[in-house]
Design a protein around this ligand. Structure first.
Ligand SMILES: Nc1nc2c(ncn2[C@@H]2O[C@H](COP(=O)(O)OP(=O)(O)OP(=O)(O)O)[C@@H](O)[C@H]2O)c(=O)[nH]1
Ligand SMILES: [Mg+2]
Length: 480
């Protein structure tokens, strides 16, 4: 499978033979795709690449061949460099240094050294130690911290990695009814994102988050705005008619970020005409000047995705330009009404929904607006926004982009209107030509009738002349 998925997060598994790289890859993906078995030589002999969506993050997992003979592993390291490191040089990457939660031998220490050498300091800073065999620790009733504390080498190693480590139990099979990533995977990704967030990279863009809520009337935009801000700022009520008719903004400090949310009137508004609605929704960009970091496209997770809903992404693209979906995340509301089903299951089942999520780079978040105290859902959303900002090179959607989109739309409308005028002119010309053709047809018919009448008249004339001649001839005949 191709690993070059745009905006994807690259997860690279590295480690000694038998450390559990392939199994860990399977745990992350939530399916058995990488071949894994007990062996004294390396089972994975080439780089294998698989793609998945982990709780709204598009992820490409690279399984690499294990290093087994530390003196003879140069070929493997070169292969990893060419097939993985160079390939994901420009994207978002996290490296997982897979180590068994077992005795940390000299051989293991040398393997880590070799891997660090090929990675270089920049990548080591994005590397996490992934301990495997959590099941064995569980059996011994031991936590990973206790295990690390037993070994001076491991303590030093973990300190060197600034406590970026996590424990997997790869023997823990997911239950059949479970969908999406397992809890241990979700926790790992949360930890990684939190760490990203705290790095220097994020510092420059950390302070402000500007969010615009978009979606049909009644889907829960205003409620989601309140959930994000943790306070009731927007009017959110059950109504047959559209409630919000004007854009409005509210701010709060959420998880250390200064967050501004702009609520907008819904698409297919019951009282506003499409033209004024479009102008009002576009105003959201100016309200969140110099431009929003994220557009949240809101859909209730429990509702059927009708043709109306399917038009919404096109409407958004038309309004804000083609680039807009690079800054968009699908926000599913009504998570409380899922009835035990997972959001991943819902997306998987419905092709149109899957397509929509794909259009937004695989980004989505589930909200239960009835549970405003659930701050984890907001934290998860903000982390996804942070990641999206990183993917967009720290950029936000800008007023200029809106102006470009509006100019493009005006040019398109003018072109369409010119085409319509031309079509109308051609229609009128065709009608005129048809009238002329009809006139000529009628004239030809009239002329034909006149010609026939003339032929008839001449015939009658000839007949009239012939009758007296025949009578005269008969009389001459009788006399003689
Ligand atoms: N059960 C449940 N109800 C929700 C959720 N989110 C919103 N609602 C309800 O849905 C109704 C509409 O929500 P609003 O937030 O007013 O919807 P809106 O998208 O802002 O609607 P307009 O302003 O008309 O465009 C309200 O009664 C909310 O309480 C949710 O996650 N769960
Ligand atoms: Mg509203």
């Amino acid at each position: 499978m191709d690993g070059d998925v745009a905006g994807c997060w690259n997860v690279v598994l590295l480690g000694k033979t038998g450390a559990g790289k392939s199994l860990s890859g399977n745990t992350i993906l939530g399916r058995d795709v990488f071949v894994s078995m007990k062996s004294c030589t390396t089972v994975t002999t080439d780089v294998a690449v698989e793609f998945s969506n982990v709780s709204g993050f598009p992820v490409t997992v690279y399984d690499t061949p294990g290093l087994f003979d530390i003196e003879m592993c140069e070929d493997v390291l070169q292969m990893i460099n060419e097939k993985v490191l160079q390939k994901c040089a420009s994207g978002l990457c996290v490296f997982l240094l897979v180590i068994k939660a077992d005795r940390f031998t000299e051989e293991e220490r040398k393997t880590v050294e070799k891997i660090e050498k090929i990675l270089g300091q920049n990548r080591v800073d994005k590397t996490w130690i992934l301990f495997t065999r959590g099941d064995e620790l569980e059996e011994e009733n031991m936590t990973i911290q206790e295990f690390i504390n037993q070994s001076e080498e491991l303590k030093t190693l973990v300190q060197k990695y600034e406590h970026r480590y996590h424990l997997f139990n790869n023997k823990k099979k997911m239950k059949k009814e479970e969908e999406g990533p397992s809890e241990q995977v979700k926790i790992l990704f949360r930890k990684i994102l939190k760490n990203y967030h705290d790095t220097m990279e994020m510092a420059a863009t950390k302070q402000f988050r500007r969010i615009v809520l978009l979606g049909k009337s009644g889907v829960g935009k205003s409620a989601a705005g309140n959930t994000i801000l943790g306070q009731k700022e927007f009017t959110s009520v059950m109504s047959m008619n559209s409630v919000t008719s004007e854009c409005s903004a509210a701010q709060a400090t959420v998880s250390g970020r200064s967050v501004s949310v702009v609520d907008t009137p819904g698409f297919f508004h019951t009282q506003m005409n499409p033209e004024e609605l479009m102008i009002e929704i576009s105003r959201s960009v100016y309200i969140s000047s110099p431009g929003p970091h994220a557009f949240l496209i809101v859909f209730p997770v429990n509702l059927t995705f009708t043709e109306h809903e399917q038009q919404i992404p096109q409407m958004i693209e038309l309004m804000f330009g083609e680039e807009v979906l690079k800054y968009a995340i699908i926000l599913f509301t009504h998570g409380d009404l899922l009835d035990g089903e997972s959001v991943e299951g819902v997306i998987e089942e419905r092709e149109a929904l899957r397509h929509l999520v794909d259009q937004c780079g695989g980004r989505y978040q589930l909200f239960n607006n009835r549970d405003v105290n659930n701050r984890q859902q907001v934290e998860d959303l903000l982390q996804k926004i942070d990641l999206m900002i990183l993917q967009n090179g720290g950029e936000h959607y800008s007023n200029q982009m809106l102006k470009d989109a509006q100019r493009f739309r005006r040019v398109e409308e003018e072109r369409r209107s010119r085409e319509e005028v031309e079509r109308q002119r051609l229609r009128e010309q065709a009608e005129r030509e048809e009238v002329e053709r009809q006139r000529l047809r009628e004239q030809a018919e009239r002329e034909e009738v006149e010609r026939l009448v003339e032929v008839l008249r001449r015939l009658m004339e000839a007949l009239r002349r012939r009758v007296p001649e025949e009578e005269r001839a008969r009389e001459t005949c009788v006399c003689s």
